[in-house]
Ligand binder design. Sequence first.
Ligand code: NDP
Length: 295
Amino acid sequence: MSAQIIDGKAFAASLRERVGAHAATFAEKAGRKPGLAVVLVGEDPASQVYVGAKGKATLAANMESFEHRLPADTSQDDLIALVEQLNADPAVDGILVQLPLPGDLDEQAVIAAIDPGKDVDGFHVESAGRLMVGREGFVPCTPLGCIMLLQDRLGDLSGLNAVVIGRSNIVGKPMAQLLLDANATVTIAHSRTKDLPEVVRRADIVVAAVGRAEMVKADWIKPGATVIDVGINRLAPAEGEKRGRLVGDVEFAGVKDVAGAITPVPGGVGPMTIAVLLRNTLVAAHAHEGLEPPE
Ligand code: NDP
């Protein structure tokens, strides 16, 4: 039997629509739109595409978009000065500094300069700490999007065995914490994990966030498991192709015949990230105006 394909694109579109409607109501109450500032340093082509997409989505969700594009040779002091200016700007509810930063710029120091109340990416250590101890705060957008897809598909995750492959600060670790908070029994696997296929075979939920094209194979998957593929990898172009295909960390063609449900790449987790960023910005805006955040 073929797995249900989890349509992240449709889920994200409906989330964006709801956020847009709430943003319009917010603007009526607050007399201003929620505002998201995005800072891009340098000319990285992928980052330029992401920033462009974020700007468009922000405007479409009835929010104000402030884009700051700085040259690659921007100094650490100038970048931090811009972050501080955005911290102080009452029109800005959320600040996102597009990573990776070029050259010698210190990402941790720049993220540390963001007001945690505007840390809509959830990368500040205060946000990470709040997630860890179960206090309200901003959660990184990609794992929050993944847990939304999982809860939409499975409802209550209590007692389910979840294996997260990858332990980065932006995906793997917060993903594991969110699953734990949802009462799953969580295993975090990484490059030193012994017999990864065997570990993954125990999982009712698999989240792959590795960055290795099609690493997770069909015979690693317990029949009926729910598979969330975070990976975005571009294959080398085949003959006659200008650009290689985009694939995830999961071998979709084989796994879809074993899993109960699976996210495709593209069109699965990817679209959720921007939708959740807008949702986090909406929540920040409500907090800044002393308003109850919408559901
Ligand atoms: P990182 O490179 O920061 O982390 C990768 C993790 O995978 C590490 O913890 C690493 O282990 C682990 N790993 C590497 N090789 C293996 C292996 N052979 N077996 C088991 N584990 C392994 O990546 P990110 O977390 O930032 O991103 C992961 C993927 O998700 C990438 O493809 C990225 O493009 C994608 N991504 C997608 C987003 C979206 O919007 N859909 C957003 C963010 C990321 P160790 O710690 O031991 O080195």
